[in-house]
Design a binder for this molecule. Sequence first.
Ligand SMILES: C=C1C[C@]23C[C@@]1(O)CC[C@H]2[C@@]12CCC[C@@](C)(C(=O)O1)[C@H]2[C@@H]3C(=O)O
Ligand SMILES: O=C(O)CCC(=O)C(=O)O
Ligand SMILES: [Fe+2]
Length: 342
Amino acid sequence: MTTFSKNDLLTDDHITPIDFESIDGFPESHSWPQFDESLNKIQTHDLKDSLIPVIDLASPNAKTLISQACGTWGVFQVVNHGVPFELVKKVESESRRLFALTTQEKCKVLRSVDGATGYGSPKLSPFFDKRMWHEGFTIMGSCVDDAKVLWPHEYQRFCDTMDAYQNQMKQLIHNLLLMILEPLDVTQEEMNWAIPAHDSQSVLQLNSYPSCPNPSQAVGLASHTDSLLLTILNQCGIDGLEIFVEGLGWRRVQSVEGAFVVNVGDLLHIFSNARFPAVTHRAMVNQSEHRISVAYFHGPPAESRVAPSSKFQKPGFKSLPVKEYLSLKYKHFFEALSLVRT
Ligand SMILES: C=C1C[C@]23C[C@@]1(O)CC[C@H]2[C@@]12CCC[C@@](C)(C(=O)O1)[C@H]2[C@@H]3C(=O)O
Ligand SMILES: O=C(O)CCC(=O)C(=O)O
Ligand SMILES: [Fe+2]
């Protein structure tokens, strides 16, 4: 597959999703080359085993299990996380309400070429020569401006739900990062850099994958690693997330009722001096159901620097400003991590 640098290719085409409402048949623009069958066989055969640990946060050995999962897979699922079930359901139904709007309505809040928030195709789109079976809505902090455009009289319910969910995610990220970083024995200053604070970065991404007439040739969200420290994903009850495991290929992460998937991003990979892998993952689509997923990304202040923790004697990565790393990633998507290795 040919890859491109965003600067070479960014056009409105990479921001405006196809009109899923009126689409007839399966367009060539969305038809990806056939995947390697041998990798798919392993995945289908072992679909029922749960490779990725499901960790009960209320259990006394949660910290040890999280540490092991971060070191082995860079991903795990959590239950008993304290986020109210009703809120999780509300986020899903408000997301469905948003994506059920007409394409014309959704495009009123289309992400701008330089912007980060609003409706549109995922930011990674320009790096692939095929289009994804996906539409998204990106929120950073308050979404009131966009929501007022979408629902001039009924925006409050959407905003209150998204605000409450972001607060819950912040709390959960705080608890998880304490458990993940304490065993690394990082300094207090480093811990304060990583955990949520007034200037940390957070993004709430609502993903929509409409049912697809030809799922075996489509990709929902193409293979990537998340860029920030940690991501919390809700698959909303419909499978589709797959992780790439060296030697095994693509493996499905089964959706577990009430569980969140937590994964390590590039910045935590750097900070852990590669002790924790930034898991490569993708989302696949299906023919019968419109899949929704909700991802919350957390990162340190954009103005701060990222480097391996001072606890590591031999840092494997350069120190650089977080915002420089993010701009490098969106110029050289696939090479970003190797470009910052020492
Ligand atoms: C901070 C960010 C993470 C993200 C890029 C962004 O600027 C805002 C959207 C995020 C998202 C969501 C869908 C998948 C992803 C790879 C993408 O294309 O946009 C992530 C980005 C990321 O982790 O790099
Ligand atoms: O929808 C999914 O299962 C994956 C979403 C994802 O990887 C993302 O939003 O970064
Ligand atoms: Fe992701």
